[in-house]
Design a protein. Structure first.
Length: 94
């Protein structure tokens, strides 16, 4: 399934909370597998974000004011890219 990086980036914190809830074992296992896949993508996104910060900063840690707009544009464009994620649908019953 194709998923935008921004959607992965935003969903990981929610999934982290969800796997802490009492769920059937099989459901919990599937969610943890999905979370592992998504965490790998998030790590790559974070690595790219740090690289962009270094590119657009004067000190290597903070985006300079004159480059803030360019940083935001480039990072936002990047986050809108789609990646292929292989996962099994997970049914959560209440």
């Amino acid at each position: 399934m194709k998923v935008r990086l921004i959607d992965i980036y935003n969903s990981v914190s929610v999934l982290n909370k969800l796997v802490e809830e009492p769920l059937p074992t099989k459901t919990s296992f599937k969610l943890m597998k999905l979370l592992n896949i998504l965490n790998a993508e998030v790590k790559l996104v974070e690595d790219q974000r740090v690289k962009l910060i270094k590119q657009y900063s004067m000190d290597g840690t903070t985006v300079s004011e004159q480059n803030k707009e360019n940083f935001i544009k480039e990072f936002t464009d990047f986050l809108n890219d789609e990646v292929e994620v292989q996962w099994e649908p997970v049914e959560i019953l209440s």
